[in-house]
Design a protein around this ligand. Structure first.
Ligand SMILES: NC(=O)c1ccc[n+]([C@@H]2O[C@H](COP(=O)([O-])OP(=O)(O)OC[C@H]3O[C@@H](n4cnc5c(N)ncnc54)[C@H](O)[C@@H]3O)[C@@H](O)[C@H]2O)c1
Length: 303
């Protein structure tokens, strides 16, 4: 299919289904040897099965590619280390890590339990850390490598997925930290916010106006993993991929500042803040209000 990743070894987590599977297949089709990780769980994270990773590994080898299965849980340090070790033991190197694994446990914040919070944050955020931690030690010595985290537009906030949104926000900070901390070792780190038809996106309670297929996301990830993206100095970035649309997210920065030479009191702030700083419009809040207005008219809201 292509030759963007010839000679590279890439580990993909959550590669048994959805976007991860498409990424693993595309990496192999572009010449990479692939570690196919998947814990094989339900959308909520239960009932693990090693068959899911094995099936995609067979799919790759049947198509003439090279792959090895790893059914580890990315939420454990041992699991993350084993996935990296699998690459080293089988192929002798590791050029890229793509952390796609994820689960959902939806609940309004005021009802959310510890059992709904912890596994979601552990799978997404810690599950990216465990791979980045083990892989970056290898890449630092090798003086090259690419780390990719998976975030979501929901990092801006979410009505009923505070656990997921928090983890996705954390992944962006982790990616930026990796980009900064590993810059001098020639290692890049970026985040992808996908919108694609999978079992996970099937239950979104709105009509998504911008959505595509897992293969659209996979093509973007192959580019990010390639020497072309490394030569183009792509690091510390967050990109959306939604079908035909790709988009770049802004780096966080201060919008406006105000100073008071003799300090700020609550009274002074009450008088000054609305004029000097004001607020920065929150797109998700505006969308929420538009959705509520559409629902009040009996229409199906657009997202
Ligand atoms: N589909 C979308 O539109 C969309 C939107 C925003 C973000 N994302 C993100 O993209 C990623 C992929 O989502 P998807 O839609 O393909 O989901 P999916 O449910 O189809 O696939 C996720 C895979 O991760 C695996 N997994 C879960 N926990 C794991 C663990 N602890 N260790 C290893 N593997 C584990 C699952 O078994 C599953 O095969 C996720 O991080 C998700 O949050 C997806």
């Amino acid at each position: 299919m292509g030759n963007f990743l010839v000679g590279k070894v890439i580990a993909v987590t959550g590669a048994g289904r959805g976007i991860g599977r498409a990424v693993a297949l595309a990496c192999a089709a572009h010449g990479a040897r692939v570690v196919v990780n998947d814990y094989g769980v339900s959308v909520e994270g239960g009932e693990p099965s090693s068959e899911v990773a094995a099936a995609v590994t067979e799919e790759i080898t049947a198509a003439g590619g090279e792959a090895v299965a790893a059914a580890d849980d990315v939420a454990t340090m041992a699991g993350g280390a084993r996935i990296v070790d699998t690459a080293l033991e089988r192929y002798g190197r590791l050029d890229g890590v793509v952390c796609v694994a994820g689960i959902l446990r939806e609940r309004m914040l005021f009802n959310m339990t510890e059992e709904e919070w912890d596994p979601v944050v552990a799978t997404h955020l810690k599950g990216t850390f465990t791979l980045f931690r083990a892989a970056s030690a290898v890449m630092r010595k090798q003086r090259s490598g690419t780390l990719i985290g998976f975030t979501s537009g929901n990092h801006q906030g979410s009505v009923a997925q505070a656990n997921y949104a928090s983890a996705k926000g954390g992944i962006i900070s982790l990616v930026r930290s990796a980009a900064l901390g590993l810059h001098k070792y020639g290692v890049t780190a970026n985040a992808v916010a996908p919108v694609a038809r999978t079992r996970m996106s099937a239950n979104v309670p709105m009509e998504l106006t911008e959505i595509g297929e897992p293969e659209d996301v996979a093509a973007f990830v192959v580019y990010l993993l390639s020497d072309r993206a490394r030569e183009q100095k792509i690091t510390g970035q967050v990109y959306t991929v939604a079908g035909p649309k790709i988009a770049l997210w802004a780096q966080p920065r201060e919008v406006r500042a105000a100073y008071s030479a003799d300090g700020w009191s609550p009274e002074k702030l009450a008088a000054s803040l609305p004029v000097t700083l004001g607020t920065d419009p929150m797109p998700m809040l505006a969308q929420l209000e538009a959705m509520a207005a559409a629902a009040a008219k009996g229409e199906r809201p657009n997202g």
